[in-house]
Design a protein. Structure first.
Length: 466
């Protein structure tokens, strides 16, 4: 699962949040102005209709008598598709004309008000079956005087409240839509971020471990990230094949040249003793050592030794290396300090011994007289840490990335014995044990120095391989 902080900083999250915000703003904007415009329009129409009715009946009353007004009111309410309630009544609240059988409770303020009426109780029987009025519950009511009489006019505003009901329903629908849009946006964002994180972890693991056999997961063949993973995997295939070919060439050269060199050395041994013969034999031994180292590294990198891994007391291997080099350390007056915990791993004890011997030998070569070497073996969490530090001349940090390359020798090391394969062997053994290797500048905090750290997993190699 991805961390919340890392997710919120991702571009996918920001795009999803922006899309959700814009969608929300757009929907709310449309809904607000639609409902506002529609409500105002319906209410304005109702006010205009009532004003027209009031004006009509006022003019009729002024131009005629009450009988003529009663006749006009009855004709008005008998029109088809009538959506208006009219009641002409006297001072005793007696209805003289109209389509109401009784008056609703309201204050005659000459100001239109909206009332909720159980309309079937107020309609006269003659119009009770009118399909529109019978289904209306809300009316805009106005009441005006006509001499000693009053006339009440009510216009149905059911459409206004129906619109509001629809608006409320649409509001909930929009809320559901926004939740779905947000969930979909963030779901897609989380999916994309998880995919990218997996791809990033795979790429980082390849860079950290040098395991070119690792490949990115491909979830499908239709999306862009899967196509990117396919291209990346094809690139890794080509790189892996190129590296294998290069290693194969060097391994073949080492294998093919070792036999003639062995014959050459045998012929040199049969020659009469002389200084020239001894020098030639020393050079032949050096060349044979180089080729043997190359073949040994190739054998380690083939990972065949993992089949023979066993439980190894790593602290015992470290102590054996220290015992081997302790006399040489005393001869060069190099002070050795150790901090070793009891640690066990699954691995090859002989290869681990050789790798640690190479590291101690390198430190001994470069440590100054009366210098210091420190050997650490600690377990931190799920990692076993082996560190070998010295107070030697040190190396520029810019050269660290090349130190485990075959035959690479830093400028400071060209005056000391060696062939540039020691750290290559250490790197190969570390990778064989599913570990990582890195270098440290001046770890003892003296005038100069160099350190190598091996990090090996606590878990067994079998569990890691699965």
């Amino acid at each position: 699962m991805i961390a919340i902080g890392a997710f919120t900083r991702s571009s996918s999250f920001r795009v999803g949040a922006l899309f959700t915000a814009l969608s929300s703003a757009g929907i709310l904007f449309i809904f607000y102005f639609w409902s506002l415009a529609d409500d105002d329009k319906l209410l304005a129409e109702a006010h205009s209709a009532i004003a027209a009715e009031k004006f009509l009946f006022s003019e009729l009353y002024r131009s005629g008598d009450i009988e003529q007004t009663i006749s006009s009111v009855n004709r008005r309410v008998s029109l088809p598709s009538n959506d208006t309630l009219v009641a002409l009544y006297d001072s005793n609240q007696k209805i003289l004309a109209g389509n109401l059988q009784r008056l609703p409770d309201h204050d005659a303020t000459n100001v239109p008000v909206i009332l909720s009426l159980p309309i079937t109780e107020y309609l006269s029987k003659a119009v009770a079956n009118d399909s529109y009025l019978a289904t209306s519950d809300y009316f805009l009511i106005d009441d005006i005087p006509l001499g000693e009489y009053r006339i009440m006019v009510a216009r149905s505003v059911e459409a206004l409240y129906s619109t509001q009901k629809i608006g409320r329903a649409l509001g909930w629908l929009f809320i559901v839509m926004l939740v779905m849009i947000a969930a979909l946006s963030f779901g897609v964002a989380i999916y994309v971020v998880n995919r990218i994180n997996r791809m990033s972890r795979t790429a980082s693991d390849i860079m950290d471990t040098g395991n070119l056999a690792a490949r990115m997961e491909i979830d499908s063949n239709w999306d862009d990230l899967s196509r990117l993973a396919i291209v990346f995997n094809k690139t890794l295939d080509k790189i892996e094949n190129s590296v294998k070919n290069i290693k194969q060439v060097s391994d073949n050269i080492a294998h093919d040249l070792r036999t003639p060199l062995t014959r050459l050395r045998g012929k040199l041994e049969r020659m009469p003793d002389s200084e020239l013969r001894d020098d030639a034999m020393a050079e032949a031994d050096n060349l044979l050592g180089i080729f043997n180292s190359l073949l040994r590294i190739a054998d380690v990198e083939s990972e065949r030794q993992r089949a023979g891994f066993e439980r190894v007391a790593l602290h015992t291997v470290v102590n054996d290396v220290i015992d081997l080099y302790e006399p040489l350390l005393e001869d060069q007056q190099v002070r050795l300090t150790t901090n070793i915990d009891a640690v066990e791993i699954e691995g090859d004890p002989h290869l681990l011994f050789q790798a640690l011997s190479n590291l101690v030998d390198n430190s001994l070569k470069h440590a100054k007289s009366s210098g210091r070497i420190e050997v650490l073996l600690k377990q931190y969490g799920n990692r076993n840490i082996i560190a070998i530090f010295d107070s030697g001349r040190g190396l520029p940090t810019a050269e660290f990335e090349n130190l485990d390359r075959r035959f690479y020798r830093a400028e400071q090391s060209r005056t000391t014995p060696g062939n540039g394969l020691g750290l290559s062997m250490v790197s190969a053994v570390t990778s064989l044990h599913y570990g990582t290797l890195w270098f440290v500048d001046n770890p003892l905090c003296e005038t100069s120095g160099f350190g190598v750290v091996m990090s090996l997993p606590v878990r067994s190699s079998k569990s890691l391989s699965h």
